[in-house]
Design a protein around this ligand. Sequence first.
Ligand code: GRF
Length: 209
Amino acid sequence: MKKIAILISGRGSNLEAIVSAKPACEIAVVVSNRPDALGLKFAEKQNIPTEVVDHKNFSSREAFDKALLETLKKYEPDLIVLAGFMRILTEKFINAYPRKVVNIHPSLLPAFTGLDTHQRAIDAGVRLHGCTVHFVTPELDHGPIIAQAAVPVLQGDSAESLAARVLEEEHRIYPMAIQWICKAECSINGNTVSLMGAAKDRGLSFYKC
Ligand code: GRF
C-alpha cells in the first residue's frame, strides 16, 4: 500500500475530506508549518502521526525545505499531498520527490494562479470558476492537471460565498484524485495526465445547479 504525507497550514478541511474518504493508502504523517494549525488536532484525534516544522524557525526558504525533507524522510512517503499548505516549495524540494507532490488550487488553472483567486474571478466577471488538482512542478500552480471541477459564479457572489461553493468541490475531487494515484490509474505524459480504469473521463466535473 502506498504511503502518503499530507502537508497543511491551517484549518485542514481538505485533510478531513481525504481521511474520511479512506483512500487506498496509508496516511503516514500530517505535517504543518504552523504549530496552531487546526488540522493537527483532527489528525491527532484520528491517531495519525503529526509533525510541526515551523517556518518561523528558519531564516531562509532553503533551510525550511531542508528540515521539511528531513522530517518527511522518516516516513518514506510515496506521495506528498499539499492540502492548504501555504508555503512555496523550492525546486530542490520538488526535485527530491519528482512527480510525487500534488496540490489543490482554488481556481480552474491555468486561470488565476496565486492568491485571492475567488475575488479575482469575481472581478474578472467569469461565469465559471472552480478548483484543480495538479502535480507540483517548480513553476507555481503550473504542473500537469489531474482533475478539475467547475462551479458557477452567481450574481451577487462574494469571495466567501464563491469560496464555499468551490470548497465543496475541493472536498470531492481531491480524495478522488489521490485514490486514482494510489491505484495507479493516472500517468503523466509531458504536461498532461492520462486517466485509466475507473478514473477515465472523470477528470472534469461540473457542479450540479
Ligand atoms: C483550500 O481552499 C485550498 O484550495 C487552498 O487553501 C484552502 C485550504 O483549506 N490552497 P483547508 O485548510 O483544506 O480547509
